[in-house]
Design a binder for this molecule. Structure first.
Ligand code: TXA
Ligand code: MG
Length: 320
């Protein structure tokens, strides 16, 4: 069992001693360690069972720290950092040598973000090194949005969890790269293409998120997956499952009274609010797993704003 605490100084002490600590962010919990030490970062990969070709995000306390780790920061990168940090946007920068190659899986660019969570921001300010942190879940599984989720899957492997309560956003950060005036979205997240467009006169390019040979190594087709079989289908196609009883449905808006009474019905958002849906998604997927259902049916949400990121995660949870 990990020791669960809200004490930043205690968490800092673990990190100073080259231990790993799970940290809260506004998006999901991260499995954090000193980003400047190769052997600490190697432990992160090992504990997550994560392939070494998949690079980690480096977390910093604010834009003023950027020049320590990033080179040739462009105006566009600067504008994005100023506008969206602290917040759920990861920006790729040319990395300085101080960032070990293991962090970026040998790539010349490093993903950096400043998370908007008061505890973790205070922790980062207390440390004189940045934190490499992937989501604190075993590789391929659903990301954790509470300290309890972390405890369940990684509790036997890490000494300490910093408990910052449930994550406000509930979906991972948007990952972008800026090439000149063009901004390419490599992973959709809480910051939408529209948000970015409003921040400047940028041309936005949206990657094919569903690729199995992705431009961002973490964009693997199957990811965020629960153990149950998940089918992503519009509700109009759910009647083929009416004879099955061990079913959980994850739906948008109002339930349909014709759905079998035995089905477990979980709402992403009865009010049809995408922000609420994002914050509930991973908890609902976990719930379905923990209650040992065989089949999970989920319907896509409207593909607007954060709905794009929600559908992206649902698609990956469904891939087989
Ligand atoms: O919200 C988040 O981003 C959370 C919290 C903890 O900050 N972190 C997170 O990390 O989701 P992770 O490792 O689960 O996902 C990082 C994503 C992966 O898809 C990875 O491939 C991509 O970012 N990424 C990181 N560094 C990259 C790089 N140098 N080049 C391309 N993609 C990169
Ligand atoms: Mg992850």
């Amino acid at each position: 069992m990990s020791f669960v605490t809200t004490d930043i100084s205690l968490a800092a002490r673990y990190l100073l001693n080259d231990n790993l600590v799970a940290i809260p962010t506004e998006t999901v919990y991260g499995l954090a360690g000193n980003a400047l030490k190769e052997h600490v970062v190697a432990r992160i990969f090992e504990i997550k069972n994560r392939p070494f070709f998949n690079p980690l995000i480096v977390h910093i306390a604010g834009t003023e720290q950027l020049i320590k780790y990033a080179e040739k920061i462009s105006d566009v990168q600067g504008i994005l950092a100023e506008r969206f940090w602290p917040g759920p946007l990861t920006i790729l920068f040319k990395k300085k040598n101080i960032i070990p190659d293991i962090v970026t899986a040998g790539l010349s660019r490093v993903g950096i973000r400043c998370p908007a969570h008061p505890l973790t921001l205070a922790l980062l300010k207390e440390l004189d090194f940045p934190l490499a942190a992937p989501s604190a879940n075993p590789f391929g599984y659903v990301s954790p949005t509470t300290a309890d989720h972390v405890q369940k899957h990684l509790g036997s492997k890490i000494p300490c969890i910093l408990d910052g309560g449930p994550c406000r956003v509930g979906l991972e950060s948007t990952v972008v790269e800026a090439i000149g005036n063009q901004i390419r979205i490599l992973r959709p997240g809480a910051i939408t293409a529209d948000d970015i467009r409003k921040a400047g006169n940028f041309e936005i390019i949206i990657s094919d998120f569903s690729s199995s040979r992705p431009s961002s190594p973490g964009q693997l087709e199957k990811h965020y997956a629960p153990k149950a079989s998940l089918f992503l289908l519009p509700r109009t196609e759910w009647n083929q499952f009416f004879h099955e009883l061990s079913v959980t449905v994850i739906y948008w808006g109002k339930p349909d009274p014709r759905w079998p009474a035995q089905w477990i019905k979980l709402s992403l958002s009865e009010k049809e609010n995408l922000v609420e849906a994002a914050s509930r998604l991973f908890s609902l997927l976990r719930w379905a797993d923990e209650h040992a259902v065989k089949t999970v049916l989920a319907e896509p949400v409207p593909a607007l704003g954060m709905g794009i990121a929600i559908n992206d995660r649902l698609k990956r949870a469904a891939a087989r």
